[in-house]
Design a protein around this ligand. Sequence first.
Ligand code: FAD
Length: 285
Amino acid sequence: MKPAPFIRHVPRTLDEALKILSDVAPQDGRVLAGGQSLVPIMAFRLAKPAHLVDINEVEGLDRVASDGNVLSIGACARHAAFHKPVVDNPLGKLLSNVARHIAHYPIRMRGTFCGSLAHADPASEWCLTAATLDATMVAKSTRGERVIAAKDFFAGIMATALAEDELLVEARLPLLAADAKFGFNEFNRRAGDFALAAALVTYRLQDGKIAGARVGVGGAEPRPRRMAQTEAALNGQPPGDKIFRAAAEAASQAIDPLEDHQTNADYRRDLVRAVVRRALETSAQ
Ligand SMILES: Cc1cc2nc3c(=O)[nH]c(=O)nc-3n(C[C@H](O)[C@H](O)[C@H](O)COP(=O)(O)OP(=O)(O)OC[C@H]3O[C@@H](n4cnc5c(N)ncnc54)[C@H](O)[C@@H]3O)c2cc1C
């Protein structure tokens, strides 16, 4: 199928983009970033936006930069920008580790980090990363700027706190401690598919014991989130098989698993137990 007719706007500046978005948003105007989710949806006529605001020509939106505390990721930074570490900090390695699980190479060359956040697929690796690391999202419109915490940003399956006239101009991720450990694991039936469940963990070791644990789970519920019970089970314990299994069990009990055409709730609960344990094992290698 072909998309329904639409008008494509190609602003060159951020102000121009925001002005056009404010004008066309009431007519189901949408932002076009990498197009790797929006275009297929339009081709199937599941979305029929009358206007697309193509942000790819807006200067400076592909910026990825660190100020020593925070990594800022602009709206047009592609998944592929993270194939190699973008910053000399464990966060750089974490992002490159996660990036290679997203779709396939050609999709990673076009799809954007911020587009993934705005699209908010529950199984998105970047959404999981943002939720686990407590990212903040910077949304702009002609009405002004809002900084939205990850826990308030993801509202459900493909739903976010963004208003229809807001552009997600930047996502901000806190850098990790220099000695931070991390692990990521996801399960999908074929390489490149969306995950049926995924887990990301980070922590530090203080006197041989886990401190500041962050455990995020994605793909299992309508939105990714940190698992407080799992983090509590880990903190203060030396890393090892027994505590990793107990923490994974806590995560599997804490989730309210999605049921969909791919699998049922019981299987997803099992998968969460597996991906959390494997992410923890990876972190300790
Ligand atoms: C075969 C296939 C496999 C895939 N596998 C995976 C996978 O394993 N993991 C994964 O995470 N993704 C996967 N994807 C999706 C891919 O990562 C997309 O790139 C991503 O979801 C959306 O990014 P985009 O830049 O392409 O956004 P677009 O498709 O351009 O836009 C997606 C939505 O977000 C909105 N939007 C985009 N950018 C902004 C912004 N800056 N501000 C406000 N709204 C915005 C658009 O209006 C639209 O509604 C897959 C896609 C395909 C086709």
